[in-house]
Design a protein around this ligand. Structure first.
Ligand code: MN
Length: 261
């Protein structure tokens, strides 16, 4: 029986911003790099607002580490608060939810009202009834070969858009990579969309009827010309998902969007 979905849903999918990297070093040069990453994250929020997205997904590694100064944390939360839609976020391996977790240190009252931060290591589904959407994700605690970002995914719900979030390494063969995600897991999910993070460049690893994509980093520094993008995903009843890459900041006229299908 086909599902009856009447509501369109527009997602903006980002990951791997890596705010506040200390690999840039100290001094003016490091500050300049860190500032450009902050600008990129602000650009992601601008894109989501200008495209009137219904939901934003931040799929891990918003921060480069768990050693983040108060002003940087405040900057990130103020940016998220600027988004005119709900934002669902999971930690990644750089900002893992372990004993040093930056997220554990934030009191829930200090989070922006539109931020749904998933910190449950076993995974949790969040319902957005007005959007006819259910979003599942789990918090990465330890980036290891034993950790499987897609394990424990519940069955998809009928009559809803089923969306998953996962921060890990897509692999078709058995390897010893940490946080592996396999084609079989994606195919078996039955979900409409799995938003992936960890790989810094765009990648389409869709399986069967489930679309699964890496959005790539929006920051201009981590993947040369392949950096600086977010994904817009349009879920339209009765149609294949529409996926577009959008350039953050719009610095290149004429190159701000192209269809990947
Ligand atoms: Mn990562």
């Amino acid at each position: 029986m086909s599902r009856i979905l009447e509501r369109q849903l527009r997602l903006i999918h980002t990951s791997d911003v890596h705010l506040e990297s200390d690999t840039f070093g100290s001094g003016p040069r490091g500050d300049m790099f860190r500032h450009s990453v902050r600008r990129a994250f602000a650009g992601v929020i601008d894109v989501a607002n200008s495209k009137r997205a219904d939901l934003m997904l931040i799929v891990g590694d918003l921060f480069d580490s768990n050693r983040i100064a108060d002003d940087a944390l405040e900057f990130a939360m103020n940016q998220i608060a600027r988004a005119q839609m709900p934002v669902v976020m999971i930690p990644g391996n750089h900002d893992a939810h372990d004993e040093r977790s930056i997220y554990a240190a934030i009191s829930p009252g200090a989070l922006p009202g539109n931020l749904h931060l998933i910190l449950d290591p076993e995974g949790v589904s969040l319902d957005f009834p007005k959007l006819a959407a259910r979003v599942w994700g789990r918090a990465l605690v330890e980036h290891s070969p034993e950790y499987r970002p897609l394990s424990g995914m519940p069955e998809p719900a009928p009559h809803l858009w089923n969306i998953g979030l996962a921060h890990g390494f897509f692999t078709e063969s058995e390897t010893n990579r940490s946080s592996p995600i396999t084609p079989e897991e994606i195919a078996a999910s039955g979900y409409d969309y799995i938003a992936l993070g960890h790989i810094h460049v765009f990648g389409d690893v869709s399986q069967g009827r489930t679309r699964a994509l890496y959005c790539g980093t929006p920051a201009p520094l981590y993947a040369s010309s392949e950096a600086g993008w977010v994904l817009q995903v349009d879920c339209i009843p009765g149609e294949p998902l529409g996926v577009q890459r959008l350039l953050v900041g719009g610095a290149m006229p004429g190159a701000d969007a192209f269809d990947t299908q």
